[in-house]
Design a protein around this ligand. Structure first.
Ligand SMILES: [Cu+2]
Length: 343
């Protein structure tokens, strides 16, 4: 009995090591802890979660701003209401063959970009449909009871209403603040909160970039890096912009474990507004360095059409996915070609 058991263990170990030491290019089928069959070419698999998958389109996320359900209070204040649902049982194929258990606000990582004007009243109906306690903690100015730290919201349907005035002007992160905090953040419970000044910024092609890392093997080191979650996405799907058009990027660094991240833009420099709290730029540069939750607003225009990289100049990060391309079209040619109906 003992002998057959030890043979069984030995065989299992051999299968295990054979499977995991093989080249990644070959597909393998695994039986997960829950009994499901998963086929993957990746080295890393979170076997606990195979319940449902997440669809996330980084191109759609890039320019998607959620202004909430808008109404007017009797004193003229604009009320913006949002419903945010937390879940923690989804898996997402973050890279071909790499399945990762994501914890989500409204089904995606990052969660929706919440946007308001300074002085608006925000009412966020938070529902925790997760299996663990979660909260929403906004960076910015608000009363202590709205800080999402000391009021954990219970699992399986717990609710809380966060209500506060939007401010200050700028770009801020929001994230879950339940312990162990690192775990709740790295699994994806974060998003961007933009507060516009009452006098609007000049019109621009606006976009959001959350710089994030993915620790898919739980060793408190990131295996992948990205702008907006999917490694290499904007390299394979370049972001289309036009010459002589103001581009405004709200950038937020949510990478954990590594003390710094950075952002380098090719063929250009950008005006940079740290935290976006000031309407006058602090820097004119092609390189910013960001620590955890550091963020700001970048503004630039391209003079020359073509393909331009943007990426972490910490090369390890760019080689593990944090790299993208702006594909700049000539505005003049574009307007000319609009008149050309083909032949
Ligand atoms: Cu949480």
């Amino acid at each position: 009995m003992i002998l057959s058991l030890s043979i069984l263990i030995g065989l299992s170990a051999m299968v295990f090591f054979t499977t995991f030491s093989d080249a990644q290019s070959e597909s393998k089928t695994f039986v997960t802890h829950s009994g499901a069959m998963v086929t993957t070419t990746g080295e890393i698999l979170d076997p606990l979660y195979t319940v449902s998958t997440v669809e996330f389109d980084p191109m759609e996320y890039l320019r998607d701003f959620n202004y909430g359900r808008v109404s007017q209070l009797s004193d003229g204040t604009t009320l913006r209401e949002f419903t945010i649902i937390a879940e923690d049982d989804k898996i997402m194929e973050v890279s071909p063959g790499i399945f990762y258990n994501v914890w989500t606000f409204n089904g995606t990582v990052p969660g929706p970009t919440i946007r308001a004007t300074e002085g608006d009243l925000l009412r966020i109906n938070f529902i925790n449909n997760g299996s663990k306690e979660h909260t929403m903690h906004f960076h910015g100015i608000h009363p202590a009871g709205m800080d999402g730290v000391f009021e954990p919201v219970g699992r399986n349907g717990g609710q809380f209403v966060y209500e506060f005035e939007a401010g200050p002007v700028g770009v801020h992160p929001y994230h879950c603040h339940v312990m162990p905090l690192e775990e709740h953040i790295v699994h994806g419970l974060y998003g961007v909160f933009i507060v516009d000044p009452k006098e609007e910024r000049p019109p621009a092609d606006e976009m959001v970039m959350v710089l994030n890392g993915l620790d898919t093997d739980f060793d408190t080191e990131n295996n992948f890096y990205a702008a907006n979650t999917i490694p290499f996405y904007y390299q394979h799907h370049p972001i289309q912009i036009n010459t002589d058009e103001l581009i405004r990027v709200y950038v937020v660094n949510m990478v954990e474990f590594d003390p710094i991240n950075n952002l380098h833009l090719h063929g250009n420099l950008y005006k940079y507004y740290p935290t976006g709290t000031d309407l006058v730029p602090s820097f004119y540069t092609d390189m910013i360095t960001l620590s955890q939750t550091e963020r700001g607003i970048m503004e630039f225009e391209y003079e020359f059409p073509g393909k331009y990289l943007f990426h972490a100049h910490k090369v390890e990060f760019s080689e593990k996915g944090w790299v993208g391309i702006f594909l700049v079209s000539d505005s003049n040619e574009k307007s000319n070609s609009d008149l050309d109906y083909g032949n």
